[in-house]
Design a binder for this molecule. Structure first.
Ligand SMILES: [Zn+2]
Length: 365
C-alpha cells in the first residue's frame, strides 16, 4: 500500500495546531533484563514535547489513502528520550491516534503487541529544539469504512495506562468510506505447513516443534484457568491480584474470557507465523483470528511461568475480538497488579492480566 499522498494539490498550511504534553512514557518496570535499560525518568526529560498534526489533504475519495503528518518537537532545554512505540518514528505499533467519525469512535485495526521491558534501542532522543516528522497512512490502521467527517488527534497516552504521553488538538477530514483494510502482513513466498489443527507460516521445523509445545502449555493454562473459575466465586488471592476487587460480574467476565480462550485452543484453526524479527514477544491483529505472529522474545522465553511462551499465547488469544477483545493498557506484572487495584474493569480488559492469571506464577490460591 502506498505510504505517500497521491494527488494532494491542496496542502493545508492552516491545519497545523499546537498541543501540549500531559505526561510522558514510562516503561514496564519489572522484568529488568541483563543489558537492558533501567527505567528512565522520561517524564521529567520529556516535559516540553509538543505534538502537532497536519493533513496533506482534507477531503479524500475512497481510492485515496488518508494521510496524517505528525510532528513531535522538543521545546525544552534538555534532551528528551521517548519510547519509539509511542511515536510513529519507525512504524505505527499502537493506537497512536484518537479517531472519530461524526462523533463515534473508530476502531484501530493495527497490531497488538506483547513487549518486554524496553531497552536502549527502544528509545529515540530529541535534542533541544529538534523535531521529528512522520507522515502515516491512517487508512492502514483504522476502520475508515464510514463516509463522514473525521476528527483525528494524537493520543498515545490512552494506551500506556499509568503512563501517558502526548496529546494534540484535533484535525478534521472528510473521508469517503472504503473497504476496511485489515492489514495482512506481506505474504512472503514460502513455507506454510499445516499439522493437525495448527498452521505454521515461515517457521522452520525446530520452530514448529517449539510452537506446538507452547500451544500445549497454553492449553494447560487455559484448562486450569477455566477449572479454577468454575469453582466458587469469591475474592481469592489469585482473582483479586490480577482482576482486582471481587464482584460476581467481574468473575463471570473472567470466566467467559477463559472459556473462549480454551475454546480457541481446542477447536479453532490457529496459525503461528514465525516471520517477525522485532524484539517483542508477539502480536496479533484483533480482527484476524486466529493468527499469531511470534517475535524474538518469544523464542527466548521459558515454556511456562511468568512471561512464558505459553502465557504469551494466552495474552495474544485474548486480544482477538472473537475471543475476549482485550487491549494493552499496561505491560508487565507490577503494572498489571497496579491496574487490578486501581481499575478492575480495565484489568478485565487487559491482556497481560489474563496472561498472569493463567501463568499463576508465583502460585496463588
Ligand atoms: Zn498485547
Amino acid at each position: 500500500m502506498s505510504k505517500h499522498p497521491r494527488g494532494s494539490s491542496r496542502w493545508l498550511a492552516g491545519w497545523l495546531v499546537g498541543a501540549s504534553l500531559l505526561g510522558a512514557c514510562a516503561a514496564p518496570e519489572d522484568s529488568a533484563q541483563p543489558g537492558g535499560e533501567p527505567q528512565v525518568d522520561v517524564a521529567a526529560e520529556a516535559a516540553d514535547i509538543s505534538v502537532s498534526l497536519s493533513v496533506p489533504k482534507a477531503a479524500l475519495s475512497a481510492r485515496e489513502d488518508v494521510m496524517v503528518t505528525v510532528t513531535l518537537r522538543n521545546n525544552g532545554s534538555r534532551a528528551a528520550r521517548l519510547l519509539k512505540w509511542h511515536t510513529p518514528a519507525e512504524d505505527v505499533e499502537e493506537a497512536l491516534f484518537d479517531v472519530t467519525v461524526d462523533g463515534q469512535a473508530v476502531e484501530f485495526l493495527g497490531p497488538h503487541y506483547k513487549r518486554p521491558a524496553p531497552t536502549a534501542g527502544d528509545y529515540l532522543t530529541l535534542a533541544p529544539g529538534e523535531s521529528l516528522t512522520r507522515t502515516v497512512a491512517l487508512s492502514d490502521f483504522y476502520d475508515l469504512s464510514r463516509t463522514g467527517s473525521y476528527r483525528v488527534s494524537y493520543a498515545a497516552e490512552l494506551h500506556g495506562g499509568a503512563v501517558a504521553a502526548f496529546r494534540s488538538d484535533a484535525v478534521e477530514l472528510w473521508v469517503e468510506g472504503r473497504e476496511s483494510v485489515l492489514r495482512e502482513a506481506a505474504a512472503a513466498p514460502g513455507s506454510t505447513v499445516s499439522l493437525g489443527a495448527v498452521t505454521y507460516s515461515k517457521c522452520d521445523s525446530t520452530q514448529q516443534a517449539t510452537a506446538l509445545q507452547a500451544l500445549n502449555a497454553a492449553s494447560t493454562m487455559a484448562n486450569d484457568s477455566v477449572t479454577y473459575l468454575n469453582g466458587t466465586a469469591s475474592g481469592t488471592p489469585r482473582y483479586t491480584t490480577w482482576f482486582g476487587a471481587f464482584s460476581s460480574s467481574g468473575w463471570n467476565t473472567a470466566k467467559t474470557h477463559f472459556v473462549a480462550i480454551k475454546d480457541a485452543l481446542d477447536t479453532k484453526p490457529i496459525t503461528i507465523d514465525c516471520g517477525c524479527k522485532k524484539t517483542y514477544y508477539a502480536y496479533v491483529y484483533p480482527a484476524q483470528p486466529y493468527k499469531i505472529y511470534v517475535c524474538k522474545a518469544f523464542w527466548s522465553a521459558p515454556l511456562t511461568g511468568t512471561d512464558s511462551k505459553g502465557g504469551t499465547l494466552i495474552h495474544e488469544l485474548s486480544h482477538f475480538n472473537a475471543v475476549a477483545g482485550t487491549d494493552d493498557y499496561v505491560y508487565g506484572q507490577s503494572g498489571a497488579k497496579s491496574l487490578a487495584i486501581s481499575n478492575p474493569t480495565q484489568a478485565l480488559g487487559n491482556a497481560d492480566n489474563h496472561e498472569y492469571f493463567a501463568e499463576n506464577t508465583p502460585f496463588l490460591q
